[in-house]
Design a binder for this molecule. Sequence first.
Ligand SMILES: CN1c2c(nc(N)[nH]c2=O)NC[C@@H]1CNc1ccc(C(=O)N[C@@H](CCC(=O)N[C@@H](CCC(=O)N[C@@H](CCC(=O)O)C(=O)O)C(=O)O)C(=O)O)cc1
Ligand SMILES: N[C@@H](CCS)C(=O)O
Ligand SMILES: [Zn+2]
Length: 763
Amino acid sequence: MTLVTNLGFPRIGAKRELKHALEAYWRGESSPQQLQDIAKDLRHRHWRIQREAGADSVPCNDFSLYDQVLDMAFLFDAIPDRYRKLADRDPLEGYFALARGAQNDEFDLRALEMTKWFDTNYHYLVPELQSTQTFQLRGDKPVAEYLEAKALGLEARPVLLGPVSFLMLAKTVDGSDRLALLDRLLPVYIELLGRLKAAGTQWVQIDEPCLILDQDADDHAAYRRAYAAFANVDRPKLVLTTYFGALGDNLNLAVDLPVDGLHVDLVRAPDQLDAVLDALPAERTLSLGVVDGRNIWRTDLDRAVPLVRRAHDRLGGDRLQVAPSCSLLHVPVDATLETSLPSDIQSWLSFARQKVEEVRAIVDALNGLVSSVDTLDVARERRETRSTSKRVHKPRVAERVASLEASSARRRSAYPKRRVLQEERMRLPLFPTTTIGSFPQTHEVREARAKHKSGKLSDAAYDAFLVAETEKCVRFQEEIGIDVLVHGEFERNDMVEYFGEQLDGFAFTKNGWVQSYGSRCVKPPVIYGDVERPAPMTVRWSQYAQSLTDKPMKGMLTGPVTVLQWSFVRDDQPRAATCRQIALALRDEVIDLERAGIRVIQIDEPALREGLPLRRADWQVYLDWAVECFRITASGVADDTQIHTHMCYSEFNDIIDSVAAMDADVISIETSRSRMELLDAFVKFRYPNEIGPGVYDIHSPRVPSVDEMTELLEKAGAVLFPEQVWVNPDCGLKTRGWPETRTTLAAMVEAARRLRSSVEKTT
Ligand SMILES: CN1c2c(nc(N)[nH]c2=O)NC[C@@H]1CNc1ccc(C(=O)N[C@@H](CCC(=O)N[C@@H](CCC(=O)N[C@@H](CCC(=O)O)C(=O)O)C(=O)O)C(=O)O)cc1
Ligand SMILES: N[C@@H](CCS)C(=O)O
Ligand SMILES: [Zn+2]
């Protein structure tokens, strides 16, 4: 019998219940037990939803209080020494210290580095290992969750990140080879698999997502060594799970590994099916990911069912499982909660619950069950209304894109000339200070917006509130001596959603929350049609803020690639085509800002790196259109208007030429958690324009000292020319509170002053 399975469910909850529980706990308003009770409740609710939607088996250990990679590191006791005392005394506090840092009378602990999970907007915590690393089992989370499901009468399939991907996603602090730790790690996996088997587990989902990346001979050897070690041990069956792309040249390796099943992503890589079927050894179970775990459109069942049938004809039903392409962590919980959307758009959507239902419908159709044939008809009808909808296609947008000239993507003069003109106009000191845009989105700010949205606060009162917040923010920056100010972004719910709400072709949901990291969520807008800007979006706030001060006020926009990357995008045209439409809409905004007297405009592109295809062979095509789109947005202004861009969480070494090709006058990057390691790509001569390496890790409540920031700036100063260096935090301050923001920014300005005077002394 072909099974309906699932690789992971969004754990945050349809109403962000986990977020609220975590934050209450961190504020000291609830006990560990209360937090664990809510977590358990969510697990049970999510298993129930999946069962009701038709799943034959549900995943467990896909739940996490913060992050699934951190869970594995914690489970294997891969805890850096600095956290050990706290973790041994209070495991939950120790766990959260790894995730968020901890600062009190006793401890001053930096958090682990955080980075993007493949090409998603989800962040995982990077395990910190060293050559002397040892591993042992600490707790039994996967077993406990398996038994928890069992007590409800469910045979769940624990999800484990596989040993090779675990090591590849980690970093060693001493630069030693991560994979050299494999032999020490394997016995711990074997012990865990044994414990799962003893608890009665039948199948374990062992994720090796790195198998869809470019892997070399040493990597291949590591997979072979790892899975050979699992071959003859008493363990549950293993389904080796890959997602986000094709196995490609790793296919032969994947099918050679002595496991019991293989999951492949047929949404990103439908063409790999025949090769997989040809290569699959007899007896091996095949799990087909045919429902898109990364997007929210209803599945084209007329394409999915024949794909599955092809495998069914070759393998028979008993060796076949059907599933979403990847964990559903990346989509919201339930589209039926979106009652405010236009009904046609709502009917085009499929969130986690609906995706499991779609997998059920596919398997039922395969088995010729009548009820599902109805579902196929309904699905077909919905897709047809979408492909012919007047909401979707606007010929004048396509015409504007088609008539774009190459010169639209070029500034008038090259950077050296622009620099002179900008210097004359702005007269900034050496090491100019600025921030990345947002200031604290306090409970008060969010509450005011929520009240305004629900009609409890009038337009005028909300406006007056935002005016007052913006003014306070400007005055604060003036007081502490920041050189290039920002308005604070108080009017924005999110840097992408805010623009989506004002652009035609975008729909936004009420409950479409997706976890970004820990308790932080985003509500990606849905791009369903051709994009246009009906009216200016940010000019009013930038202009107002500029009217309050003589210092330059930085206009603040989210760039086209990031808007694309952090939205749910159309699947009926290439991403590049949608991106060009967004770029043109934003170009108009940049020009309007300049007209309104704004001399500095930041176009944030934190997602440019994350959008990079996972296989190197596909990079250049993407980078060409992504950089072109940024330049289309940025190039409509005069030479003396300074264009900034900002990128966080990015590893730049491989793409520095494209970053340089964006030709922003100034780029700010995230460098503090990596202690300026990420700056390596920008060292003298490799990046010609100006750079603001972040000196304040804004993802942690920890407050860095002046000395610490000065030291980071000195490190930057050693590899960059002084006149290249800006001083700024890693990213926006929206997640921070005002007290820590005040202290840290004042300290940051002081660090810049120290640096200025030390340079003056030496010249
Ligand atoms: C820079 N980052 C971003 C990414 N992706 C984005 N789409 N946006 C980003 O900014 N990816 C990479 C990083 C990830 N970083 C973050 C940082 C912070 C958050 C975050 O704080 N998210 C908020 C939700 C933001 C939002 O949409 N807020 C709305 C709704 C607020 C709300 O919850 N209102 C309450 C009432 C409020 C109250 O009383 O306190 C309600 O409606 O019930 C808004 O401000 O209007 C979060 O809370 O998680 C995300 C990613
Ligand atoms: N301007 C945005 C960038 C975040 S990546 C902010 O400051 O929040
Ligand atoms: Zn950022």
